[in-house]
Each structure stands twice: as C-alpha cells, then as structure tokens.
Design a protein around this ligand. Structure first.
Ligand SMILES: [Zn+2]
Length: 259
C-alpha cells in the first residue's frame, strides 16, 4: 500500500504537469482568452450568451484532453460551439474531439451576438475572420502569422491585400490582432507585415526577371534580409531551407498566375 501511495504522490504532479503545461493562457478580458499550445496554433476561447465558443481547437493530438480541461478550468463549462478560421488540420484537427463531447461546429457566427465574422480569400479560398466585439479581439487565422513567412497562396497578392485591408477596417486602433501562429500584435504590426510581404513579392519578381534560379534567389542577400523581417522574435532556424525554397517557388507561381 505504501508503495502504491508513494507512486501516486510521485506520479500525480507529473501527470498534471504533462496535462496542462504545454498550453499557455492569455487573458484578454473576463470573457476572452487566447490559448497557445506548444503546437503553436492560437486558439480563441470566448464566453458568450449562447455558451462557450472555441476558435481553431487544435493544440496537437496529445493535448486535446488538456485543452478541454483548460476550458473547464476557465469557464467551468463545456465547449458549446466551435468555429474555424479555415479547414487546415492545424486549425480544425480538434473539431471531431469536441463534437464527440457534444459541441457543435458552426459554419458562421450569425447566432452569436458577440462575434462578427467575415470571409476572404488569401491563405485559403475560404478564410474566416472573427471579431469578438466585447474584447476587441480579432482572430485572423493564417492570413497573418508572426513566426512564419506569409502564405497567400489561394488569393495571391490581390487577395492578401484585400484580406489585410478588411482586417484593418475592423475594430479600432486598440484591436488585438491574433495571427494563426505566433505572438498577437496590433494594426501597426499588421501593416508592416503587409509592407514586408509586398516587398518580398516585388523582390522575388525582380530577381526572377534577371534570370536567377530559385536556388540563386534563396542565396540572395536582399531576399534573406526581407525574409528575416518575418522573424521578429529572431528564432534560430526560423524557416528550414526546404521551406524557404518552397516559399520562393510558390511566390513565383502566384506571380505567374498574376493574382
Ligand atoms: Zn495554420
């Protein structure tokens, strides 16, 4: 018996640590939280008159129980509704888990008075932007990221600019802009992201016109300088080389398509 008790006492803190430590919680207001797992997708958690709403519930497969426990510890309630900024698995991968627990996946936020939704085409053909009005918090999915290069592959440059403009027209100067991944920011930072993205596209275009190959563009000092602007936290190995090359290739595809 003593041995078993010792085992429980020893193991319990470890289990609870593993269960919650990988999800950091940022309180925006009494009814609005941002949950950020080590998996890096920013998850929105809102208490509304219709119940608890969870945006992009994907903390990594092994952390779904921990996410559910976190929700209950914050609002002492279950998730009523799920919303997704887009259908990529790193944002929607936890839907089935919460649906199995009784939550409902909503295609629009129409019935939730506190949340406005609009759709644009930038990262995917169907990107949703959610505004939690009482806390002035805007969830924008992967239209905007602060720890990765931009990914405007569905809407091209025009779609990206239109999406960013749509976000800038929401809320006010104090709005918190929550990217799909990376630290939340404000409208000034989003404007800078737009400027850096346009500078990136223009430079890739110019170098390609000069006849440089993808590999030569990758080694270009100007291109590397621009890429580093998407790494405000100065992370080491921010973009692995194959991803860097793919980003150039996909940018060229967008340019060729002329969108
Ligand atoms: Zn994502």
């Amino acid at each position: 018996m003593k041995t078993i008790l010792f085992f429980i006492v020893l193991i319990y803190p470890l289990l609870s640590f593993a269960n919650t430590a990988d999800i950091s919680v940022t309180k925006r207001s009494a009814d609005a939280y941002i949950l950020t797992p080590a998996y890096s997708t920013n998850i929105g958690l809102f208490n509304t008159a219709k119940g608890v709403v969870l945006i992009d519930p994907m903390p990594g497969e092994s952390q779904l129980d921990a996410l559910s426990a976190r929700v209950k510890s914050i609002f002492s309630d279950q998730v009523t509704y799920i919303l997704n900024t887009h259908d990529h698995s790193d944002h929607s991968g936890g839907n089935a888990y919460f649906i199995a627990g009784g939550s409902e996946l909503m295609q629009s936020a129409d019935t939730v008075a506190e949340i406005d939704m609009l759709t644009v085409k930038s990262h995917t053909a169907n990107d949703a932007i959610f505004v939690h009005k009482p806390s002035n918090t805007i969830f924008v999915g992967d239209i905007y990221t602060t720890n990765w290069h931009p990914t405007f592959y569905a809407g091209g440059v025009a779609g990206f600019v239109a999406a960013v403009d749509a976000i800038l027209n929401l809320g006010n100067e104090n709005s918190l802009i929550v990217p799909g991944h990376g630290k939340p920011g404000d409208k000034q930072q989003l404007k800078l992201f737009r400027q850096n993205t346009l500078e990136w596209v223009a430079t890739v275009k110019a170098l390609s016109k000069q006849g440089l190959t993808v590999s030569e563009i990758k080694d270009n000092a100007e291109i590397q300088r621009i890429l580093s602007k998407f790494n405000p936290e100065n992370k080491i190995d921010f973009i692995p080389q194959p991803a860097f090359e793919r980003f150039i290739e996909r940018t060229l595809t967008v340019i060729e398509k002329g969108v």
